[in-house]
Design a protein. Structure first.
Length: 132
C-alpha cells in the first residue's frame, strides 16, 4: 500500500515511477504514434519478480503459496494468503464497480484499484485503495 501511495505522490510531483513498467499512460501518451503503454502484468512482474522492487515478499499463510492471485478461490488453495488486486471504476449510481485487473489491462493515468488479502477462509480483507 505504501508503494501505491508513493506512486500517486510521484505522479503529482512529476517524479519517475519505480518500477518504470508501472508508469501509467496519459491521454497525451496514447495519442503518440508508436507509444507502447505498460500493462498490469508487466507491472506485477516488475514489482514481485526475482529482480523486482519487492523480491522478498512472500505469501502470508503458505510457504509456497501465490504472492498474488486473480481472486480468492476455495478450489485453488494456493490463493490463501495471496494479494488480490481489483480495478475500481465509477458506476452509474456513483458506487464503484469492481472488476478483475487482468494482465493485459493497460495502465492509465487516474486508474483506481483496490488491494486486498485472501484470508484463511478465502474471504477478502481490504487493505486499501489507490490511484495511478
Amino acid at each position: 500500500m505504501a508503494w501505491a501511495v508513493g506512486v500517486d505522490e510521484d505522479m503529482n510531483t512529476g517524479k519517475p515511477i519505480s518500477p518504470l513498467k508501472c508508469t501509467p499512460a496519459t491521454d497525451k501518451d496514447l495519442k503518440t504514434l508508436k507509444f507502447q503503454p505498460n500493462t498490469w502484468g508487466e507491472c506485477l512482474a516488475n514489482l514481485f519478480g526475482p529482480k523486482g522492487k519487492f523480491p522478498d515478499v512472500s505469501n502470508t499463510f503458505l510457504e509456497n503459496g501465490l504472492i498474488w492471485a486473480k481472486k480468492c478461490d476455495r478450489e485453488h488453495l494456493e490463493s490463501k494468503g495471496a494479494l488480490v488486486f481489483e480495478r475500481l471504476q465509477p458506476g452509474p449510481t456513483g458506487s464503484p464497480l469492481v472488476s478483475e485487473l487482468k494482465d493485459a489491462d493497460v495502465l492509465l493515468s487516474g486508474m483506481e484499484f483496490r488491494i486486498s488479502l485472501c484470508d484463511r477462509g478465502f474471504y477478502l480483507i481490504k487493505i486499501g485503495e489507490a490511484k495511478l
